[in-house]
Design a protein around this ligand. Structure first.
Ligand SMILES: Cc1cc2nc3c(=O)[nH]c(=O)nc-3n(C[C@H](O)[C@H](O)[C@H](O)COP(=O)(O)O)c2cc1C
Length: 353
């Protein structure tokens, strides 16, 4: 399978399936001499792991990361950082029902057609368990990017939306509830809604918003590898993502230029930030902010119709442990992918500009 790597200079390659013995990765290009806080890396994984609260999948995985190379006496050595996260709670018998049939809107059908067969257990390589590896690499990238703050939070669950710009929120509160929404009253409404949806065996989508502060001017390349294009690719590579918008996003298309232009202050900062911290593909020193839309995931704990390998219509009933709404667990994944993009451009800038 091609396409298992991300990043040009700060590069992550991942391996592993949902129900194989382990997942893991290799990070190439991380500079030497970075003092790593290994507990902080594990903390990031704990924010993503299954079974962490009542509103996520109840698969119980410790998601403990073990490093095998590239770190000596707590510091990066400049060589490949290899790491492993063991799968300990597979319960693979839960998945025999999807061996010969396809879950609508999951990756079962396309994997079979493209590769001829698939590891059907828990979705195999298409499972979002792979994103645990991204979180490890993103946590290391965050530690390399000292001073740059990357904060994601849930701003919507279905139609329960937090209609406030990030500048009016206390983002330090995002981790204080199961949903990861910084507004406590909205978080509680979102949690109630997720529980209601789960009790029906259904799923619901949501939005993760992300803010990156203290990015220096000049990250991003002017033509194809624009900073927002790479952020968009990074976010759209996360399982179940359906949309990406940065700055004024789709709303910007309804505005006049005279309202949308970000007027300058004399120091080059801008009075408004509809550009979302990026102009011409290059960071301008203002906050970068964007939204990522996640779909309601495919696996329903309900009976539904689908087709089997022969194209025969069959009835299917979802089993196993699944997320009724993925956005609370997607928050650290969005942060990790943002960190990988910023780390890559940071190194590119150091090397070539
Ligand atoms: C954190 C996270 C958890 C997920 N959990 C599930 C799940 O429990 N059940 C499911 O059907 N899909 C789940 N997904 C989504 C699938 O991995 C994804 O829909 C599938 O691979 C098909 O890819 P696509 O939706 O991007 O087209 C999850 C995604 C994320 C980000």
């Amino acid at each position: 399978m091609a396409g298992n790597s991300f990043g040009k200079l700060f590069n992550l390659t991942t391996y592993g399936e949902s129900h194989g013995p382990a997942l893991g990765g290799v990070i190439d290009g991380c500079p030497s001499g970075i003092q790593l806080d290994l507990d902080a890396i594990q903390d990031e994984l704990n924010r993503r792991k299954p079974g962490q609260s009542a509103i996520v999948t109840q698969r119980k995985e410790p998601d403990t990361v073990k490093f095998h190379s590239g770190i000596f006496e707590g510091k990066t050595t400049g060589t490949s950082i290899g790491f492993v996260i063991e799968n300990t709670n597979q319960k693979s018998h839960d998945y025999t029902h999807i061996k010969d049939s396809y879950r609508p809107s999951h990756a079962d059908y396309v994997y079979d057609k493209k590769y001829g067969f698939r590891d059907y257990r828990g979705g195999g390589r298409s499972s979002a368990r792979e994103t645990a590896c991204r979180v490890v690499a993103g946590a290391i990238a965050k530690q390399m990017l000292k001073g740059i703050e990357i904060t994601a939070y849930v701003s919507g669950v279905g139609n329960v939306k937090l209609d406030k710009p990030y500048t009016e929120l206390d983002l330090t509160k995002a981790e204080s509830n199961n949903v990861r929404c910084p507004d406590e009253a909205m978080a509680s409404k979102m949690e109630t809604y997720i529980k209601e949806v789960r009790s029906k065996g259904d799923t619901v989508g949501g939005i993760v918003s992300c803010v990156i502060k203290n990015v220096p001017v000049g990250l991003g390349e002017p033509v194809f590898d624009k900073l927002h294009a790479e952020l968009g690719k990074a976010m759209l590579s996360i399982n179940a993502v359906k949309g990406f918008e940065y700055g004024s996003g789709f709303h910007g298309s309804t505005m006049y230029g005279s309202d949308h232009n970000d007027a300058f202050n004399t120091d080059g900062s801008t009075k408004t930030n509809f550009s979302g911290g990026i102009q011409g593909g290059i960071s301008n020193g203002m906050d970068i902010y964007f939204n990522v839309a996640f779909k309601p995931v495919a696996t329903l704990i309900q009976e539904y119709e689908t087709i089997d390998k022969e194209g025969k219509v069959v009835k299917m009933h979802g089993k196993g442990r699944h997320d009724p709404c993925v956005v609370p667990r997607a928050v650290p994944i969005v942060e990790a992918m943002a960190a990988l993009v910023i780390a890559d451009f940071y190194l590119i800038n150091k090397m070539y500009n």
